[in-house]
Write a protein that binds this ligand. Structure first.
Ligand SMILES: NC(=O)c1ccc[n+]([C@@H]2O[C@H](COP(=O)([O-])OP(=O)(O)OC[C@H]3O[C@@H](n4cnc5c(N)ncnc54)[C@H](O)[C@@H]3O)[C@@H](O)[C@H]2O)c1
Ligand SMILES: [Zn+2]
Length: 360
C-alpha cells in the first residue's frame, strides 16, 4: 500500500495454502484480479458507501449484491444466490469474489465449498472483525433457523486482500466490537502481546497505521494456532476465551450487543471465575478489565436474567457431558480449558458478577 506499510504473509492449510495481502485501493486490486466469468458477491452497504471506487468494476462484471443480515446466512438465503450463479453461466473454473464483512464471507465461503464440489474464492474483508479475525481460519458456517453457525465446514479463500481504509465508515460500535474481538488473541498470545495491545488500542480509533499493525499482529497470532489445529480439535479451542459467556450474552440480548463487545464481557467474566478458582490474582483481572471497560458504554447488559444465562451456558458446544467446558485464564499466554460443575457455587459467582461488577 502507498501510505501504510504492512507485511503480506502466507497461511498453510490442509485445504489449500493462501495469502493475506494488504492493499490500499480495492478498485485497482479488483481490476488486476478479476477474470472473465468471475462473480462478485458484495454487501449492499459497501456498494453504496464505496460506489465511486467500485461501481465501474461492478458494471463491467457479474455481481450479486446482498443485505448483510443474519437471515441471509441460511439455506434459504444461499439458495437464490446459487440459482443466479448456475443460471448466469458460472462454471467450476470461475471464481467468487466476496466484498463485505463476516456475513458476506460466510455466505460466499459456504457456496464456494459446495458449488460444483468446490470453486476458488477471494475475500476483501470490510469490517474490523473480518479483517483482524474471521478472514483467516477456514470456518464457513451458515445459520439453521434460529441456531447460529450450525451448518458448515472448513474452506478458506484462495487469497485475502485487506484494505484498512474500509474501517473509516464503520460505526463506533463495530469498531469497539473489532477491538474487543482482537483483545482475546493478544491475551492468549502472551504478556508482550497484551502489553502491545494495551499501549496502542486507544490510538487505533484514530490512527490507521496503528490499527493496521494491530490487525496484522492479531492475524499473525491466529495463524500460529490455525496452522497447527485448523479443524479446531485441540489447541485452537483457546480462542473460545470469552466466547461461551459472550455467546450467551449475544443471544440473551437478541444480538443488541455486537459480538466482540459480548466477548469482552465474556473475558471479564472468565477472569472473574479464574480469580475465584485461584488461577490468577485480582491484579491480572483488573489490568485486563481496565482495557475492556472502554468498550462497554452504550452496551449495558444489566437486563440479563441469571437463570437464562446459566441455561444458555449449559448448552455450550464445548461442554463435557453435564459439566461446563470453560476457557479460563492462568495468566497471559496461559489460557486453558477448564471442566467444572455447573453447581450452586458457580451460580453464586455469576450472580455476584452481575450484581457488583457491571458499572452501570
Ligand atoms: N467464518 C468465521 O470464521 C467467522 C468468524 C467470526 C464471525 N463470523 C460471522 O461474521 C458475522 C459478523 O460479521 P461482521 O461483524 O464482520 O459484519 P457483518 O457482515 O455482519 O456486517 C455488519 C454491518 O456492517 C456493515 N458494513 C460492513 N462493512 C462496512 C464498512 N466498511 N463500513 C460501514 N458498514 C459496513 C454491513 O453492511 C452490516 O450492516 C456473523 O454472522 C458471524 O457469525 C464468521
Ligand atoms: Zn469471536
Amino acid at each position: 500500500m502507498e501510505d501504510i506499510q504492512m507485511n503480506n504473509f502466507q497461511i498453510k492449510s490442509h485445504i489449500h495454502d493462501y495469502e493475506v495481502e494488504f492493499i490500499g485501493d480495492t478498485g485497482e486490486t479488483l481490476k488486476s484480479v478479476i477474470k472473465e466469468g468471475d462473480w462478485i458477491i458484495i454487501d449492499n452497504n459497501i456498494k453504496k458507501l464505496y460506489a465511486e471506487n467500485l461501481i465501474p468494476i461492478l458494471n463491467e462484471n457479474k455481481h450479486i449484491s446482498i443485505d448483510a443480515v443474519e437471515a441471509r446466512k441460511s439455506y434459504q438465503g444461499v439458495e437464490s444466490i446459487i440459482k443466479v450463479l448456475i443460471e448466469g453461466g458460472f462454471r467450476k473454473n470461475h471464481r467468487l469474489i466476496a466484498i463485505g464483512g463476516g456475513i458476506t464471507q460466510d455466505i460466499t465461503a459456504f457456496i464456494s465449498s459446495i458449488l460444483y464440489r468446490g470453486v476458488y474464492w477471494f475475500f476483501f474483508p470490510t469490517t474490523l472483525l473480518a479483517q483482524c479475525d474471521s478472514c483467516i481460519g477456514s470456518k464457513t458456517s451458515i445459520n439453521f433457523g434460529e441456531y447460529k453457525n450450525q451448518v458448515g465446514g472448513f474452506y478458506p479463500p484462495n487469497k485475502i486482500f485487506i484494505n484498512p481504509h474500509y474501517i473509516d465508515t464503520l460505526s463506533e460500535g463495530e469498531m469497539k466490537s473489532g477491538l474487543g474481538e482482537m483483545l482475546h488473541y493478544y491475551i492468549v498470545s502472551g504478556p508482550e502481546d497484551f502489553q502491545f495491545y494495551k499501549k496502542y488500542f486507544k490510538s487505533a480509533f484514530t490512527d490507521k497505521e496503528i490499527l493496521a499493525s494491530l490487525i496484522e499482529r492479531s492475524l499473525q497470532i491466529k495463524k500460529r494456532y490455525i496452522e497447527k489445529d485448523e479443524f479446531d480439535r485441540n489447541i485452537r479451542q483457546v480462542f473460545n476465551y470469552g466466547h461461551s459467556f459472550g455467546h450467551a450474552i449475544e443471544s440473551l440480548t437478541h444480538y443488541r450487543i455486537p459480538h466482540g463487545i459480548a466477548v469482552s464481557y465474556g473475558m471479564d467474566i472468565a477472569n472473574y471465575i479464574s480469580v475465584k478458582l485461584g488461577f490468577i490474582p485480582e491484579s491480572v483481572r483488573n489490568e485486563v478489565r481496565k482495557v475492556i471497560i472502554n468498550f462497554w458504554s452504550g452496551y449495558e447488559i444489566n437486563e440479563i436474567n441469571i437463570d437464562a444465562f446459566i441455561k444458555a451456558l449449559s448448552k455450550d458446544k464445548k461442554n463435557v457431558g453435564k459439566q461446563l467446558g470453560l476457557i479460563l485464564n492462568k495468566g497471559y499466554g496461559k489460557i486453558f480449558k477448564n471442566v467444572m460443575d455447573n453447581n450452586e457455587h458457580f451460580r453464586g459467582w455469576i450472580e455476584e458478577y452481575f450484581a457488583k461488577e457491571l458499572l452501570f
